[in-house]
Design a protein around this ligand. Structure first.
Ligand code: AHM
Ligand code: MG
Length: 339
């Protein structure tokens, strides 16, 4: 039997190399346990009575699925007691989730989208969990405020996602490359299967919700039109399109074989600033993509440099293979971005 390194062995190695502290290692192990539990519930589907609407709305006015609520509860409960966290923030929770007073507090802040792509749950298509870890800037005995979370993405000490697909994988960075682990369902543990994932510099594949074309700004319309013209157009090559509508699945494809993913600013989402959330969707994905050699921008600036104003702030997202991200970003600089 092939010997594989477990997630625990990998993290202990990272700790010995000085890339993670003991508390961060514990945090990541707890997140891994929580996503295993989420994955089990997802895989039971209708048998667990977990499909369908919860009948509630989250802070952003979106209808919650039962699994949104279940996944959120699993992550909150798993991370409350270990003493590694100062507080948490979630897509499904309006404000900061404080650690109950009977547990010790640690030095980290954890942010997550408990179940990304939840419109795909009921049709049995891949969904995921996205998370981001920041340092708590507060003194240890104080409850962190929303303000303490509002750090630019470049301050993240770890970021990752779990993808619940044909196999369940945990994809992780602690600032030393991107590493993926595959869940061994019989043994119940994550095993190290994809060291140092890299995004190829060039690509011939793009991902965008093309039904929004009439809302796009002119730089995006120009870029996508050129791709669609294929070898008869200015690019002189054919491009393929994929759109799963689960960011985790679309970004995982980009991390695995390259590509460019866009959820740009458009007229439909302009008032909100974008579609995807900065703190627990765009920032962790941008850190992963940059760590894998790709690039991530809003079209106007590097995502990891955006200074957050609100916990649930939204931003435009353009990420993936460097050469394509650079091209569409340069179109934004051509003076036509507001058209
Ligand atoms: P969610 O966190 O509420 O599931 O929303 C985010 C999702 C992303 O996973 C995906 O990229 C996008 O919304 C899909 O949007 P659309 O349905 O407009 O194509
Ligand atoms: Mg999401």
């Amino acid at each position: 039997m092939q010997h594989r390194v477990s997630l625990t062995q990998f993290l202990i190695g990272e700790q010995r190399a000085g890339h993670v502290s003991p508390d961060l290692r514990l945090l990541l192990e707890v997140v891994a346990r929580a996503v295993k539990a989420i994955g089990v519930t997802i895989s039971k589907g209708a048998l667990a009575g977990a499909l369908g609407e919860a009948g509630t709305e989250n802070v952003q006015g979106e209808a919650q699925k039962k699994l949104d609520v279940i996944a959120n509860e699993i992550l909150l409960q798993a991370n409350e007691w270990g003493g590694h966290l100062a507080a948490m923030a979630s897509e499904e929770v309006e404000t900061v989730h404080q650690i109950p007073f009977d547990y010790p507090k640690g030095g980290y802040l954890l942010l997550f989208d408990p179940l990304d792509g939840s419109s795909n749950i009921d049709i049995n298509v891949t969904v995921g969990t996205i998370f981001s870890v920041l340092r708590n800037p507060q003194e240890k005995d104080k409850d962190p405020s929303e303000n303490d979370f509002l750090q630019p993405g470049r301050e993240q000490v770890a970021a990752g996602y779990a993808i619940y697909g044909p196999s369940t994988q945990l994809v992780l960075t602690v600032g030393n490359g991107v590493h993926a682990f595959t869940l061994d369902r019989e043994m119940g543990g994550f095993l190290y299967t994809h060291p140092f994932m890299t995004v190829p510099e060039d690509t011939r594949e793009y991902a965008i919700n093309a039904s929004n074309i009439r809302y796009w700004e002119s730089p995006v319309r120009r870029y996508i039109t050129e791709l669609q013209q294929g070898k008869d157009g200015p690019r002189g090559a054919d491009f393929n399109m994929r759109w799963v509508a689960s960011m985790v699945a679309d970004v995982h494809r980009v991390l695995t074989r390259g590509g460019i993913f866009l959820y740009p600013l458009d007229e439909k989402c302009r008032a909100q600033g974008g579609k995807l959330r900065l703190m627990y969707e765009a920032n962790p994905m941008a850190m992963l993509i940059e760590q894998a050699g790709g690039a991530a921008t809003t079209g106007r600036e590097r995502i990891l440099d955006v200074v957050p104003q609100r916990l649930h702030q939204r931003v435009p997202v353009i990420l993936g293979s460097r050469s394509e991200v650079a091209r569409v970003t340069s179109y934004h600089g051509d003076g036509a971005a507001s058209a």
